[in-house]
Structure formats: structure tokens, C-alpha cells
Ligand binder design. Structure first.
Ligand code: FE2
Ligand code: FE2
Length: 227
């Protein structure tokens, strides 16, 4: 078996009933909250796939169901395991509540690992909130290129999508403002090569184009924890 076919076989995860099951868990967890975790995951998956393509990421399009899109779709699946109050809160958390919220990548990785999902996707979920130069969560003893590339891609896509989407009654931020905040974290939170690749995607061109002079940061704005 060559490397390419074993890679494709490894993503037999793309079985429809499992995907439906996971998405119905996501639907139930946020039902009536005004926030759609399924839509968030799909958007992150789409942006992540475009970044991967801009990076000429190997094997991006060999499978019928793109593994990077799947990783994006389920990167926040761990949130279904959080207490409702922690899960739905969009600001004003205590330190303890924040720590509980920050368990979601580990919880998500456990759910997928228990279902036999491939390590590639499990790693994307586990490390999507780890910062390129160190920090973020869960706490890791490595950084930079030691973080799986798929997780670095999901991290950038997630930051952009979270920043620009509506959260209940809180409207999303202007795409150009979120792009500026992403640039400020280039090299610290995010892999510079991945940020640069994002700027070459169709999604970037549609959302931001060449219209950057209108950037104005809102100092009162804090990022939603939905990332
Ligand atoms: Fe997210
Ligand atoms: Fe997340």
C-alpha cells in the first residue's frame, strides 16, 4: 500500500451516520442559544481547506471527504461536554470558569479518539488553541513547527471565523478589523506562513479584498471564547 492510499483509507471516518451523530450532539448543545456550532465548524473547515490549498498542503483533495474540512467541522466538538453555563457564556468568566472552558480541545480529542477517528483529525482538535510561540491551551511542552500543521491551520481559520461571526445578540466584527488582529498575532499566536497563506485564499479576497485602509481597532472589544 503506498503512502497516499493508506492516508486516504485512514479517513474512513467519513461515514455519514457518525457525522450526523456528532452534528446532532452539536445542535442539541446550542439549541435556542442563537449560536450554531455546526455552522461555525463548517465555516472553519471551509476556510481551513482554502488555507491548506494555498499552502499546497499534501493530499488536500485526494479524498472525497476532505479530512481538513472534517477537522474544522469538529474542532469544537468538546464543547458539547461542558456544563451549559460554561458552554453558553460569552463573557465575564471567572478564572475557574475559563479553565473549565479551556478543557474543550482535550474533551473533543477524547470523544473522537474513543470513536476511532484518525490521529490526524484528533491532533487538529487537541492542538487548535495552542499558540505558535508557546502558550494557549492545553499546556504543551512544544511550540512552533512541532505543533501539527493541521492544528496551526485550524487555529488561524478559527480566529477569523470566530471574530467575524455573530454570537447570539452580539454581532460579528468587521473582517478587516479581525484581519488586523490576526496580523498582530502573526508569529506569536499563529504560524506566519499560515497567516500569509490565509491572505491568498478566496475567502480572504471576498471578505477583505484590498480594502484595508479602513482598519480601526475597537479597544473595548474582547474576542469571543467561541474560538
Ligand atoms: Fe472554534
Ligand atoms: Fe476551540
Amino acid at each position: 500500500m503506498n503512502r497516499q492510499s493508506s492516508f486516504v483509507d485512514a479517513f474512513d471516518f467519513g461515514n455519514a451516520s457518525l457525522i450526523d451523530h456528532l452534528e446532532s450532539m452539536m445542535h442539541r448543545a446550542y439549541q435556542g442559544s442563537g449560536y450554531c456550532l455546526i455552522e461555525h465548524g463548517q465555516m472553519v473547515g471551509e476556510v481551513a481547506a482554502q488555507i491548506a490549498e494555498a499552502l499546497e498542503y499534501p493530499f488536500t483533495s485526494v479524498n472525497r471527504i476532505d479530512p481538513i474540512r472534517l477537522a474544522g467541522r469538529f474542532h469544537d466538538i468538546g464543547k458539547v461536554m461542558l456544563e451549559e453555563e460554561i458552554r453558553l457564556r460569552t463573557g465575564g468568566q471567572s478564572r475557574q470558569e475559563l479553565l473549565k472552558f479551556q478543557a474543550h480541545p482535550v474533551l473533543g480529542a477524547e470523544i473522537l479518539r474513543d470513536l476511532g477517528v484518525n490521529r490526524f483529525i484528533v491532533d487538529a482538535v487537541l492542538f487548535h488553541q495552542v499558540h505558535f510561540a508557546g502558550g494557549g491551551y492545553p499546556r504543551c511542552f512544544f511550540s512552533g513547527e512541532a505543533i501539527p500543521l493541521i492544528a496551526r491551520i485550524i487555529g488561524v481559520a478559527d480566529f477569523f471565523v470566530s471574530g467575524t461571526e455573530d454570537h447570539g445578540d452580539r454581532p460579528g466584527e468587521d473582517a478587516a478589523v479581525v484581519w488586523k488582529e490576526l496580523l498582530e498575532r502573526r508569529g506569536t499566536w499563529f504560524d506566519p506562513a499560515v497567516v500569509d497563506a490565509f491572505s491568498r485564499t478566496p475567502r480572504f479576497k471576498v471578505a477583505i479584498g484590498f480594502n484595508q485602509p479602513r482598519l480601526a481597532l475597537n479597544p473595548d472589544r474582547s474576542f469571543p471564547l467561541g474560538a
